[in-house]
Design a protein around this ligand. Structure first.
Ligand SMILES: [Zn+2]
Length: 265
């Protein structure tokens, strides 16, 4: 079984403030360690479930956070950003049997995590077919393009709830809950244990039940914090301005939606 793990940082247990997510800040190292520990646990769970090959995408900020030497030897680690519209799931293709997301977080506009955002800090909200959409939502549909099921997510409670609405059979693990600018977290070691066990159990189930149906049509609405950014994005081919802060884009081809995201988020 070939497994793909996409890893972010704002959804690991403990992470609460932007200083803890930025490479050059003193607070960062503790959370880089925790991100690495949670991803390592997911890899170990996948190996226990019989995975033979695991690709990991470091998908936070610089995409140079995970401490490679701590990951199991079966891992291929993707660092940095290629510019491909698959972005947080770069290199995912039909040869993978399962996609897992670790350290994922709630969408821009959500109150479920003080670090809630979608891709950049530029946008106030993103909707796909009328639903508030997170990075999980964006790249779950990318996985659907190559027919790979999304089987497991760990992160804040909000992202776990959103994931279950999108993929009812997904296994989720909430490692924290947001409250204003605060978070209530489970212990870092407990998060690691539960991720290892949860990933193993998720991969031992019928993963095909976690395949996301692909809508025939996509309508995307993106609302920017800054009206000038909305105006610039409205010039993307096919995009239209719907109010001073919002653009809308429609397509039957989700790859075209991902192309939009790559240029305007
Ligand atoms: Zn991130």
């Amino acid at each position: 079984m070939k497994v793909y793990i996409s890893a972010d940082l704002e959804g690991v247990t403990g992470a609460t403030h932007w200083d803890e997510t930025e490479k050059l800040k003193p607070d960062y190292s503790e959370f880089r360690e925790q991100m690495t520990a949670e991803v390592t646990a997911a890899c170990e769970g996948a190996l226990q479930a019989g995975s033979t090959e695991i690709w990991v995408k470091d998908a936070h900020s610089t995409a140079r956070n995970l401490i490679a030497s701590r990951l199991p030897r079966e891992v291929r680690l993707i660092r940095g950003w290629s510019g491909h519209p698959f972005s947080m799931v770069q290199e995912l293709d039909e040869n993978f049997q399962a996609l897992l997301m670790i350290g994922y977080h709630s969408w821009a506009g959500s109150a479920a995590n003080p670090l809630a955002h979608t891709v950049s800090g530029k946008i106030a909200g993103l909707k796909i077919n009328g639903c508030n959409a997170s990075e999980l939502h964006m790249y779950a549909y990318a996985a659907a393009l190559v027919n790979v099921p999304l089987v497991f997510v760990s992160g804040d409670k909000g992202i776990c709830e959103e994931a279950t609405l999108l993929v009812p059979n997904i296994s989720t693990l909430a490692v924290k809950q947001g409250s204003g600018n605060a978070t209530v977290n489970i212990h870092p070691h407990l998060a690691v244990e539960r991720i290892r066990d949860g990933v193993q159990a998720a991969l031992q189930r019928d993963v095909s039940k976690c395949r996301l149906p692909r809508p025939e049509h996509f309508t995307v609405d993106i609302t920017y914090k800054d009206h000038a950014m909305a105006r610039k994005a409205s010039f993307f081919p096919g995009a239209v301005s719907t109010d001073p802060h919002t653009i809308q884009f429609k397509s039957n081809d989700y790859f075209e939606v991902l192309r939009l995201f790559a240029f305007v988020l």
